[in-house]
Design a protein around this ligand. Structure first.
Ligand code: GLU
Length: 284
């Protein structure tokens, strides 16, 4: 895939489940401008593994909105839905190492656990009901979970840290077993029958394969960075530098979501706003 090593390569990785709003515009412009200022590259990736919610129309609108904003990206758009079989194949060795277990807990729980986390929605740490089940007991509907504690055992002696350059948490962050077990726990990584994989896993593979040096994304994903770093270590993938930025909020202080159509870029566009107006609205 990316091949050539570039000192600064970042990406914008929306899920095409709705129109882009001002918060996405902020994230995309920031990542684009940081890459261009560094003489680096800016890539576009569609995180469309949730086949029920992602639509080609939304993807087309995202591309249209980004082009209208004046952003240019390097290389073709990567689409995660093209790579699901590959993610699953590359996950298998972790099962052979005793780091995964099949889980038959309910579909709704698992679906929710697979998507990117949302602010204000408490992340439920899995109580470990199916932990201890062997991979040979796996049935077609089972999900695969990471045995996080076994993962830490496998990484004993490795320095698990990541560097953050976003203002709110700038510095080096060591990853602590007790905190990760209490806050993240045994995350779901894939569900084979439905051919879906967790956002955490797909983006860990993609960031490595695309040679991403800097991940620039919203603050809401900061707390989940440790699990991505653990997966990178278990899968032999490099850890990029992370830059989590503040979220654009509405007048009431609430984070903008895709359902807030009132703040959709397409709407501002239709009302005659210019890309410069959008940059001003988001403080860039
Ligand atoms: N696809 C994620 C989202 O739309 C972004 C993930 C990332 O940038 O790492 O929230």
């Amino acid at each position: 895939m990316a091949g050539r090593a570039v000192a600064f390569r970042t990406r914008f990785a929306p899920s095409p489940t709705g129109p882009l709003h001002l918060g996405h515009a902020y994230s995309a412009i920031l990542a684009h401008d940081m890459a261009r200022a560094a003489g680096g590259e800016f890539l576009l990736r569609m995180e469309d593994t949730d086949l029920d919610r992602c639509r080609p129309e939304w993807e087309a609108l995202i591309v249209e909105d980004l082009a209208w904003l004046g952003l240019t990206w390097d290389g073709p758009v990567l689409r995660q839905s093209d790579r699901i079989a590959e993610y699953n194949r590359r996950l298998e060795p972790l099962g052979d190492r005793g780091l995964l277990y099949p889980c038959s807990c309910t579909r709704a729980d698992i679906r929710a656990a697979l998507s990117a986390p949302q602010e204000g929605v408490a992340f439920a740490v899995y109580p470990g009901t199916c932990r201890g089940r062997g991979m040979d007991s796996r049935t077609s509907g089972d999900a695969l979970r990471l045995d996080l504690n076994a993962g830490f055992d496998a990484l004993e002696g490795e320095a698990l840290t990541f560097t953050e350059t976003g203002a709110a948490h700038a510095g080096t962050h060591p990853i602590d077993r007790a905190t990760a077990l209490a806050r993240i726990g045994d995350v779901v990584l894939s569900r084979k029958g439905e051919d879906i994989v967790a956002y955490f896993l797909a983006s860990a593979f993609d960031d490595a394969d695309q040679g991403i040096s800097h991940v620039i994304r919203g603050e809401d994903l900061f707390d989940f960075t440790p699990v991505q770093v653990i997966l990178q270590h278990l899968l032999g993938l490099p850890t990029p530098v992370y830059h989590h930025h503040a979220l654009v909020r509405d007048e009431a202080g609430k984070r903008l979501a895709k359902r807030d159509d009132a703040r959709a870029l397409a709407k501002f566009r239709a009302e005659g706003a210019t890309p410069a107006d959008i940059r001003m609205m988001v403080g860039l």
